[in-house]
Ligand binder design. Structure first.
Ligand SMILES: [Zn+2]
Length: 88
């Protein structure tokens, strides 16, 4: 898989950027069920906020003009990672 090379951003904090990228790969790993956390199957509701969803969806879809960092999948992935680090 091609790794996106960071485009020149004058005021970007490289640490924030690295964190966003690692979160992105965490979410990809989870969505492919190859990460440290096995994502449960679709229940008809968002796994993060409980919003009713179309069959087969596990998280609320992120609209193209929304920041995926704020989406339910990312939030859920971060929560799982926190639980994993806490030993839950
Ligand atoms: Zn949601």
């Amino acid at each position: 898989m091609a790794i996106p090379v960071s485009e020149p951003l004058d005021h970007a904090d490289p640490y924030d950027r690295a964190s966003a990228v690692s979160d992105m790969y965490l979410a990809i790993a989870l969505s492919e069920a190859r990460g440290p956390v096995q994502a449960p199957s679709a229940t008809g509701e968002c796994l993060f906020c409980g919003e009713p969803l179309a069959p087969g969806l596990r998280w609320c879809p992120v609209l193209p003009d929304e920041n995926p960092e704020h989406g339910c999948m990312q939030s859920w992935a971060r929560e799982q990672e926190r639980k994993r680090k806490a030993g839950l």
